[in-house]
Write a protein that binds this ligand. Structure first.
Ligand code: URA
Length: 231
């Protein structure tokens, strides 16, 4: 995180905390908040707090083999969040999601929408790389899922773009194929979810790029972003 992003996150956390104090009837940040209030109506989650809670996570076996835990990057108040499957070798080495070849394509897709990586939030279903990029196992997903749920609750995006089969099926708790899920808005705990093909799949099947672009345009319309003029 750059210094500027860090300051922005701090200010946003402070703002949320002060709003919570006010809503609970405390008029100064110096107020002593009784434990009963903290228990019944806890202060809002912050990405910083969630990251701290994860710590040097060893809740599943992936903790033993990963180099870096890949938490997520971007705007803590993003309207649009992208969720992929899990870190690959490049992401494991750098501790940042979508920085390899598929990540470079995702960055281009985001920029084609008139956005940037800094204006959206990018995360994965699991935060640690499975050895040899094997598929994540059910207990690994189960250990990691509460933290993604907390990130979504903290960011409160308007739309989640689920990238690929694994993210779409996990977020929507379904076994329906990505080709049937993609291109439509679904709902998950009050947040719209639009599944589309994973950028790694697009690298192998460039003919599907048109479909993905039309999915991204649906998101742009919903967010009120200007569509590029047709040539
Ligand atoms: N693929 C993913 O699903 N996530 C990443 O972070 C990188 C590649």
């Amino acid at each position: 995180m750059t210094e500027r992003e860090e300051i922005k996150t701090l200010v946003s956390d402070l703002h949320d905390h002060l709003s919570w104090l006010k809503a609970e009837g405390f008029d100064t940040w110096k107020s002593e908040v009784p434990f009963s209030v903290l228990q019944d109506n806890p202060p809002p989650l912050t990405l910083r707090g969630i990251r701290a809670d994860l710590g040097d996570c060893q809740r599943c076996r992936l903790g033993e083999t990963r180099k870096n835990l890949v938490f997520g990057v971007g705007d803590a108040k993003a309207e649009l969040m992208f969720v992929g499957e899990g870190p690959g070798a490049d992401e494991d080495a750098e501790g940042e999601p979508f920085v390899g070849k598929a990540g470079q394509l995702l960055t281009k897709m985001i920029e084609a929408m008139g956005l940037s990586r800094e204006r959206v939030y990018i995360a994965n279903i699991i935060k640690c790389r499975p050895p040899q990029n094997r598929n994540p196992q059910a207990d690994e997903i189960a250990s990691c899922r509460p933290f993604l749920d907390q990130q979504i609750a903290a960011i409160r995006p308007k739309i989640i773009c689920a990238l690929g089969t694994f993210a779409a099926q996990t977020l929507l708790n379904t076994q329906t194929r990505i080709s049937d899920l993609r291109g439509h808005f679904h709902e998950r705990n009050g947040v719209k979810v639009l599944p589309t093909f994973h950028p790694a799949y697009l690298l192998r099947n460039s003919g599907e790029k048109k479909r993905v672009w039309s999915d991204l345009q649906r998101i742009m319309v919903d967010l009120g972003l200007p569509l590029p003029e047709r040539k």
